[in-house]
Write a protein that binds this ligand. Structure first.
Ligand code: C5P
Length: 250
């Protein structure tokens, strides 16, 4: 499946199916229970470092049995051979989206993108995973970034440079904050798939997120998928919270 076909297939999902609920829980039982409470409409879920460290690939298989699409957010950062091998496993597991750091460089991003392009289409999803690049972690301040790698680039410049490199290297899209989105879309255009966290429905608590955007604003700014955790997972009725957000988008 080539890049354009894959991006189009994912982008064409109804808006409600492009809300990814972050299963930020420390074990398989909690993850499956939460996925169950999301109900049949709770299509897309995120398995991140915490859950994967605790429960491994088995939780991905079990979530698939519940007909969930998986955003496998492990943010690979390693040599080309290793990230390409990890990406192949993501394809075998039937992840729909997976992530790596753009700071891996052109060689590793190309290797992972080529490994995924060559991976067989998964029998359940009918797709291979889309490869998303993390440009600069949005938790990094300007001072911290300059401390790690001093340069004339300001943080926003770095985000745009990394985004361009990721797209040129064959990645299918990016993870980025909604605040960076309008400018980033101007730089990279409409084609790359964009997944955006830091979303809060109007009136919801910001928790530890500093810059929050409503689901509607994020989609209008050019996001394709939204990652939402606590406003859904800590609601008394997660399925109802998800449905309310989906209704705002449709
Ligand atoms: O609960 P909340 O909606 O804040 O969860 C957001 C999810 O998105 C978490 O899984 C978090 O790790 C992830 N994330 C984020 N900000 C980023 C990148 C990822 O909140 N910059």
């Amino acid at each position: 499946m080539n890049r354009n076909e894959l991006i189009t297939a994912l982008r064409d999902l109804p808006a409600g199916r492009r809300i990814i609920t972050a299963l930020d829980v420390p074990g398989q039982d909690q993850a499956l229970e939460l996925a169950g409470r999301l109900g049949p409409a709770g299509g897309f879920v995120k398995v991140g470092l915490e859950l994967y460290s605790a429960a491994g690939p088995d939780v991905v298989r079990r979530l698939q049995e519940l007909q969930r699409d998986i955003f496998l957010d492990l943010k690979y950062h390693d040599i080309p051979n290793t990230v390409a091998s990890a990406a192949k496993i993501a394809a075998t597991l039937g992840a729909s989206l997976c992530t790596m750091h753009a700071g891996n460089g052109r060689g590793a991003m190309t290797a992972a993108a080529e490994a995924l392009a060559a991976a067989p289409v998964h029998p359940v999803t009918g797709r291979r995973p889309a490869l998303l690049a993390v440009t600069v972690l949005t938790s990094l301040s300007e001072d911290e970034m300059q401390e790690v790698s001093p340069s004339g680039d300001l943080l926003q410049d770095r985000v745009e440079r990394m985004a361009t490199l990721a797209w040129e290297s064959g990645c299918d899209g990016l993870v980025c904050s909604a605040a960076d989105l309008p400018r980033l879309r101007q730089t990279i255009g409409q084609e790359p798939l964009i997944v955006t966290p830091g979303i809060r429905p109007a009136g919801a608590a910001a928790n530890d997120q500093h810059r929050v955007t409503t689901p509607r604003e994020a989609m209008d700014s050019g996001a394709d998928f939204l990652v939402i955790g606590r406003p859904i997972t800590q609601a008394p009725d997660p399925a109802a919270a998800l449905a309310a957000i989906a209704a705002e988008l449709d």
